[in-house]
Design a protein around this ligand. Structure first.
Ligand SMILES: *Cc1c(COP(=O)(O)O)cnc(C)c1O
Length: 383
């Protein structure tokens, strides 16, 4: 048994030392670069909407930073996922494998395509999809016919796999990628939380066929609202640009659209903010890594599990994460810290426990259930 009262108060003390006496949120955006300048320039230029040079510039900056060949900016991370799923040839009634521990957007995007999630387990150390669980699920429940994979239980096609890099900690994406290649399943990497996280030297989002990012206000950097599709496949990139811009055929004055497209292009004014944020991203990550180290020292001394990644990876330390001994300890810790104006929060309710996903197939999700009761995020902003 941990002395949770003592642990909570040491957490509050360190949070106060780092962040001062006001209410301490989990993650706040930082605007200390060219944000205001670029926003004013954007308004002065009249190009505040879905046409404008900042959108292309933001895409180029993301390509440079992540090493992805192509990037397509969207209005948010959920729409980026939606398009990634559509472009992976997921059809209505299909099934898509993902993890029960994720933000609801992952599953909602699957639903927008008319498909249903299947939940395989996560690993306890990475908090992300477990390759072992994925492999076992496929070997036990899936069958390959022609170029496609089918679920033996439901008869439906399984058409993609979406692992997610929880809180910026990379999942075992290389192993997952090998398994999916063996089965011929496209991978969409939900990298919404892992901008700035690399597996060895490769940025997350580059292991799958398509990766998706988010620039929501609580993420590492923000464009107000925004998302990005990244890929190294030229044909997918072209399709993504076309379908997110109402599928309009380029022409000087005529309006001709060749399919049902989406109005998902990021507005220039959001991209202006995004560009200014990208100029500071490395500094942001460095500063966050320093704070993470303070949390790590505290919890290592207390013998509390502080979530880390393999030494060969680099991470964004978006949200610092601990694993407490039990649900009871977690609840007490959350209560004490939040009562003292230090925001901490539990991990998400598991997706198959939500009303709309409760009938979806789950495959031995013991690690997810174990983590759901114990994981807590700590304040992680740059002060
Ligand atoms: C934030 C997030 C998204 C969606 O991003 P929005 O920009 O808020 O639509 C998707 N998946 C995960 C795991 C996220 O954390």
């Amino acid at each position: 048994m941990n002395d949770i009262n003592k642990i909570a108060h040491l957490t509050i003390d360190l949070a106060r030392k780092v962040y001062g006496n006001d209410f301490i949120p989990l993650h706040r955006p930082v605007f200390e670069g060219n944000e205001k300048k670029y926003l004013i320039d954007c308004i002065d230029s009249n190009f505040v909407s879905s046409v404008g040079k900042r959108v292309n510039e933001f895409e180029d900056m993301i390509c440079n930073f992540t090493g992805a060949k192509y990037a397509i900016a969207t209005v948010n991370g959920t729409t980026a996922l939606h398009i990634a799923i559509v472009l992976s040839d997921v059809s209505a009634e299909d099934e898509v494998i993902t993890q029960p521990l994720t933000f609801v957007a992952t599953c909602n995007a699957i639903s927008y395509a008319g498909a249903r999630p299947i939940f395989v387990d996560v690993d306890k150390d990475t908090l992300g999809m477990s390759p072992k669980s994925l492999k076992e699920f496929l070997e036990k429940n899936a069958i390959k016919r022609g170029n496609f994979v089918y679920n033996k239980n439901t008869g439906n096609k399984i058409s993609a796999c979406i692992p997610m890099h929880t809180f910026g900690f990379p999942c075992r994406i290389k192993e997952i990628s090998h398994i999916c290649k063996d089965w011929g399943l496209p991978i969409i990497e939900d990298a919404a939380e892992s901008l700035g996280s690399f597996v060895k030297d490769i940025h997350t989002g580059n292991f799958g066929d398509i990766g998706t990012l988010s620039f929501n206000g609580n993420k590492l950097i923000t464009s107000g609202g925004g998302g990005m599709i990244i890929t190294n496949d030229q044909s997918l990139a072209k399709k993504a640009k076309h379908i997110t811009t109402t599928a309009k055929i380029p022409h000087d004055f005529e309006f001709v659209h060749d399919m049902v497209g989406y109005n998902y292009r990021m507005p220039n004014i959001n991209a202006a903010l995004g560009c200014a944020q990208m100029e500071c991203i490395n500094e942001m990550i460095e500063n966050k890594n320093k704070i993470s180290l303070e949390w790590k020292n505290l919890f290592s001394n207390l013998n509390i599990k502080f979530v880390e990644t393999d030494a060969e990876n680099k991470i964004n330390t978006w949200l610092n994460t601990i694993i407490l001994g039990s649900k009871k300890e977690r609840d007490a810790f959350l209560q004490i810290t939040n009562d003292h104006g230090v925001m901490t929060r539990p991990i998400w309710r598991l997706m198959p426990k939500l009303e709309m996903y409760k009938d979806c197939e789950t495959f031995n999700i013991h690690n997810s259930e174990w983590l759901e009761e114990r994981v807590v995020n700590l304040p992680s902003s740059v002060p």
